[in-house]
Design a protein around this ligand. Structure first.
Ligand code: SAM
Ligand code: SF4
Length: 329
């Protein structure tokens, strides 16, 4: 279905938990973040009902995210149940990769083929610092296992923080020479109550692209340049994989935004950067009909805002009440 600005809304991101086994510096505060209570989080049955109804409104693509989706018990069975919803053409998962080695095979057997793994440093000590506790080896082993069992494409999400991991841009780009991965450079967004430490900050993807181009020229993929969702996609000469740039801050893509977000506590959010949310959990738990729920979702789609209220220029801060971990990225 189309919104009031003639955008076709067909993509739903579903955050199945606000909990995480990491605490990335750009996503969650170090401490003091209150987490949802068990009763407040939607059950898998409730998620499945909402997704099934959302498909009637034209949703064809679902990405499961979090928090960390692999920490929620029953996630593999949930992915398998999503696969049974007729009308869904594309089901994928975004994970930090810590538990991927353990779950890759079962996830593959559940029928999903597309996976995004977030990885912001290839140096163990820096990885531990950016995630405040993570073990890089586990993520690398998780990616290798996902590759072995047959996931394709495997996309590696890299949030680049000036002063922290911008010196690893070429190392990440070089991964695509040997592996068929899509490495995606994501601009840091100042969302939520996290604050980067002094000295760290936003860096535009234009700067990253220039750095890679100096190393080896990038070719746009496809005749007119390929886009993959919000990512502009390129290849290094001789590379097996691709390099994507997601530039939400320097080149906003509101005009082509096709997505809704469902939070773990059952709120439907039509813009990442706007806190207006519509509560689906209360009507759901009060016994509303499918038709009533469908109408609520349709209204959210129709009224999806054209732009975030302020343009997010470099350095400009937009505060959202939620952290990324509770929206799902
Ligand atoms: N825990 C999973 C993971 O890290 O992949 C899924 C949830 S995480 C919130 C989803 C994506 O949002 C990750 O790729 C993460 O890097 C990205 N993200 C989190 N905070 C961000 C921020 N402030 N700016 C840009 N991307 C962010
Ligand atoms: Fe957890 Fe993902 Fe946020 Fe890192 S980016 S704290 S892994 S939810």
């Amino acid at each position: 279905m189309f919104d009031n600005h003639k955008r076709e809304i067909n993509y739903l991101r579903v955050s199945v938990t606000d909990r995480c086994n990491l605490r990335c510096i750009y996503c969650m505060p170090k401490e003091g973040l209150s987490l949802l209570g068990h009763r407040d989080i939607l059950s898998y049955e409730e998620f499945l009902r909402i997704v099934t109804i959302a498909v009637n409104t034209g949703i064809v693509k679902v990405r499961v995210t979090g928090g960390e989706p692999l920490v929620r018990r029953g996630i593999v069975e949930f992915m398998a149940s999503l696969r049974k919803i007729s009308g869904l053409r594309d089901i994928s998962l975004t994970t930090n990769g810590i538990l991927l080695e353990k779950y890759a095979e079962d996830l593959f057997d559940s029928g999903i083929r597309r996976i995004n793994v977030s990885l912001d440093s290839l140096e163990p000590e820096k990885y531990r610092r950016i995630t405040r506790q993570g073990d890089l080896t586990r993520v690398i082993n998780g990616i290798k296992k996902a590759d072995r069992v047959g996931f394709s494409p495997i996309k590696i999400n890299v949030v680049v923080i000036k002063g922290f991991n911008d010196d690893e841009i070429i190392d990440f780009a070089k991964l695509t020479l040997e592996k068929p991965y899509q490495v995606r450079f994501i601009e840091y967004m100042p969302v939520g109550i996290t604050a980067l430490e002094d000295g760290y900050g936003h860096i535009s993807n234009d700067v990253i692209m220039e750095a890679i181009n100096r190393f080896t020229p990038l070719d746009a993929v496809g005749q007119n340049g390929k886009t993959d969702g919000p990512a502009r996609v390129y290849k290094m000469e001789g590379g097996r994989g691709e390099i994507g740039f997601i530039s939400a801050m320097s080149h906003q893509f509101c005009e082509s935004c096709n997505r809704l977000r469902l939070t773990a506590d059952g709120n439907l959010r039509s813009c990442l950067l706007i806190d207006n949310e519509v509560d689906l959990k209360t009507p759901l738990r009060n016994g509303c009909t499918d038709a009533e729920l469908e109408n609520i979702i349709k209204n959210v789609i129709l009224n999806k805002p054209m732009h975030a209220p302020i343009r997010c220029h470099e350095g400009q801060r937009k505060k959202c009440a939620r952290t990324m971990s509770s929206i799902g990225g």
